[in-house]
Design a binder for this molecule. Structure first.
Ligand code: TYD
Length: 218
């Protein structure tokens, strides 16, 4: 068994719709459990009963961009307070399918919403008791599944009934992808960029390698 330490770890998973992150989150959870860690698998928007209700609204009801951004952050606050922070305090590993980078990419990049306002909301929502004033809760590592929007669109076309985001045109996803690139440029040490256009096994290996490189898996 590998010693991955007792401290809580917070990993987020990002990418445009169709980038294929979901199955890799499962694989990583299994690897971490194999290394003796307790793993909490969760997602945003969602992860709590209240936040899952907000998710339903955000994904399926028409609304203006500010309402959409506020719903994302309201869901996030409940999720942080009731699931993420308690898990980190117990020393668990939290694997979160999307977090705040998605808000900057989708609401900021995709919808064109004011990044300054998103930054303000980020500061309010991610100020938590466990951290000194001025420090925000952020993922320890963000695995960014980077895939050309054209390829992602082809993959999505074969999938299920689209939600409000998945139904957007290619141009929207180009802006979302640019939004992710911008977030990475602003905090490069937190990100691992995964080349998601490769075969599934190769993508999985990249995801594992990113966690191994931090010393959290042997
Ligand atoms: P997704 O992880 O794609 O769920 P699923 O695989 O079940 O469709 O997330 C749902 C959508 O929510 C996705 O299109 C991105 C969007 N989203 C935002 O627009 N802003 C956010 O802050 C978050 C967390 C997600």
């Amino acid at each position: 068994m590998t010693d991955t330490g007792g401290a809580g770890l917070f990993l987020s998973f990002e990418g445009i719709d169709g980038a294929g992150k979901s199955s890799h989150i499962e694989a990583l959870a299994e690897a971490l459990r194999g290394a003796g860690r307790r793993v909490v698998l969760t997602r945003e928007p969602g992860g709590t009963p209240l936040a899952e209700r907000l998710r339903e609204l955000a994904l399926h009801e028409a609304m203006d961009p500010l309402t959409e951004a506020l719903l994302m952050f309201a869901a996030r606050r409940d999720h942080l307070a009731t699931v993420i922070e308690p898990a980190l305090a117990r020393g668990d590993v939290v694997l979160c399918d999307r977090f705040t980078d998605a808000t900057f990419a989708y609401q900021g990049g995709g919808r064109g919403f004011d990044l300054g306002v998103l930054g303000q909301l980020e500061r309010w929502v991610q100020s938590v008791q466990a951290l000194p004033a001025g420090r925000l809760r952020q993922p320890d590592l963000t695995l960014w599944f980077d895939l050309a929007p054209e390829v992602a669109a082809q993959r999505l076309a074969a999938a299920r009934v689209p939600d409000r985001f998945e139904a957007q045109p290619l141009e929207f996803f180009r802006r979302v992808a640019a939004g992710y690139a911008q977030r990475q440029a602003g905090d490069p040490g937190r990100f691992a960029r995964i080349e998601a256009d490769q075969p599934r096994e190769a993508v999985r290996a990249q995801a594992l390698a990113a966690v191994q490189a931090r010393g959290w898996l042997a």
